[in-house]
Ligand binder design. Sequence first.
Ligand SMILES: Nc1ncnc2c1ncn2[C@@H]1O[C@H](COP(=O)(O)OP(=O)(O)OP(=O)(O)O)[C@@H](O)[C@H]1O
Ligand SMILES: [Mg+2]
Length: 505
Amino acid sequence: MTEDRTVVLAARGVGKRFGETTALAGVSLEVRAGEVLGLVGANGAGKSTLTKILSGTEAPTSGHVEVRGRRVRLASAEQAREAGIETVHQDVDAALVPDASVAENLVLPLLVAGRLGRFPSRRRIRAEAARIAADRLPGVDLDAAVEDLGVSDRQRVLIARGLATAPSVLVLDEPTAALSVDEQRALHATVRELAAQGTAVVFITHHLGETVAVCDRVVALRDGAVAGEFAAPLDAKRLAHAILGGLEATAQRSEVATGGEVVLDVAGAQALPGGPAIELVVRRGEVLGITGLLGSGKTELLEQLAGVRPVLAGTISIDGVPFRPAHPVDAIAAGVGFVPEDRARAAELPGWSVADSLTLPDLARYRRGPLLSRRAEDRATADLIRALGVVCSGPRAAIESLSGGNRQKVVVGRWFAAGSRLLILDEPFRGVDIGARADIARLVRGAEAAATVVASSDPEEILEVADRVLVMADGGIVGEVDPRTVDAETLADLMTRAARPQETA
Ligand SMILES: Nc1ncnc2c1ncn2[C@@H]1O[C@H](COP(=O)(O)OP(=O)(O)OP(=O)(O)O)[C@@H](O)[C@H]1O
Ligand SMILES: [Mg+2]
């Protein structure tokens, strides 16, 4: 069915090396008008690198790119855009100007291309931005600085900008990683609509359920090479097999932990100002899952427990001792490990190595006299790299040289090394591949000395990792489900229905 469609974009034997690393080893693929091509692969498989080559931001070290059958050299994003190729990159923050307004960010490609004239007035920019935002960015203030938006809104700004030029090829590199289920569903509908109008779409995601739902065809990459090609009807199991090369992907749990003594006790807390009272208890060895749409108050609640924002109401105790952190350091001192939602901004230190990043909360352990023992640190890091399956050139690799998902594993992994009493993880699976997701889930579930609170807006993920799942909406807990008896689709519906209509719009 897709065979007779025009090939609008193709990679022919594309290779890419970064020093010692071979990111791509001779990849060939074709993207056809009117189809959604899924690109899947483990963290570090080369998906983003291929995306960058197709969008002119990286040059291949071998092979070439063809646009509508003609060999081209795309030397910049602008040249790719001229050829009708628009890309929404995985690294959202690198693609936005943080202190510029949403409106300015939306018109950036038009400005660069000189399409708004040499010195467009603020009114012109505002009007053009309003046209681009139209009905795609409800609830986003065009005059706000982009840096003041949450991760999900930043992602939505980038997607709206990508759609604005009505490209003939749209490449989306993990566009849904930071979106909640209702926003994901809306994007899926948009993508199918675009394909129906003849746009070629490349769609990258680690959620195979999404791949199966939106893609016509899928190419799986493994270690920089094509490991399989699949046409609809797609089968998630076969995709997983191609991605992991036959390794077991699922962390299917047999039992649910009921836990030991109470570690965390929250009484009468408020996630949002003036919101309903929240009561919860988490026991040692237990993993409490919290889910809900964006704006439900998950992050606000977690951040209060971690000392990142002031406790609004009620009492909290850890191991029976009253706990009211005024600062993240208070929480760390009380044995609370916290992985924030906005990791790139809050938890990654540019220029640091993998070893530095992993041992950050626990420096005292590696001190010998006044100096840090590099060898002890490297040894511990090497163990963690192995346990988490982090793809990198070694403990001293710069954090920026890792693929998105591998950076994620490092930030989550550090707290396991620190031996925390209470682990608080906000969206720990964002951007990690199916194998790593199982690895992290196993790690979280195996943290028997700690009580764990995990927030995720992805129903599949939360059911995989948690012993109990609380559903939040409008700052309150509106339900509790047992992961053994509820499936992802049912939970997604529950989350959407629990939220007030204006928040799901
Ligand atoms: N600028 C760079 N310098 C050095 N190595 C790099 C650079 N960019 C990518 N790599 C390496 O190339 C390989 C492929 O990375 P890429 O980002 O394409 O993976 P990916 O499939 O997009 O992974 P993820 O699912 O984690 O986003 C990885 O081993 C990565 O560490
Ligand atoms: Mg990537």
